[in-house]
Write a protein of this length. Structure first.
Length: 102
């Protein structure tokens, strides 16, 4: 039996996700890329210049993961409603972040 495993690493080479689901790996890779762009922009514009790197990373990944809701909020709209009662919310399959170097 052949098993294919996808490994998503950040730009520093730190493994962030290991999965057999290519779609999930691609989606998380996009999240990491968008988070990195956001972090670069925030640092370049001197937004929260004293924010520790780990906190900036957590913030930008959160924003990238919730991009649709963030976009709606910025357009003055209400974020998409949560799953109706009785319906199980979509679970996040992405592993929690690891601090760089750990």
């Amino acid at each position: 039996m052949i098993e294919i495993e996808y490994i998503v690493k950040d730009s520093k080479g730190v493994e962030r996700l290991r999965t057999a689901d290519k779609k999930e790996a691609d989606a998380y890779d996009r999240i990491l890329e968008n988070a990195e762009r956001l972090a670069e922009r925030l640092r370049a514009d001197q937004v929260l210049p004293t924010l520790p790197e780990a906190d900036l990373e957590e913030l930008t990944i959160y924003l990238a993961r919730n991009a649709r809701d963030v976009e709606r909020i910025l357009k003055g709209k209400v974020p998409a409603p949560e799953a109706p009662a009785g319906e199980e919310p979509k679970k996040d399959k992405v592993a929690p972040l690891k601090a760089a170097g750990s």
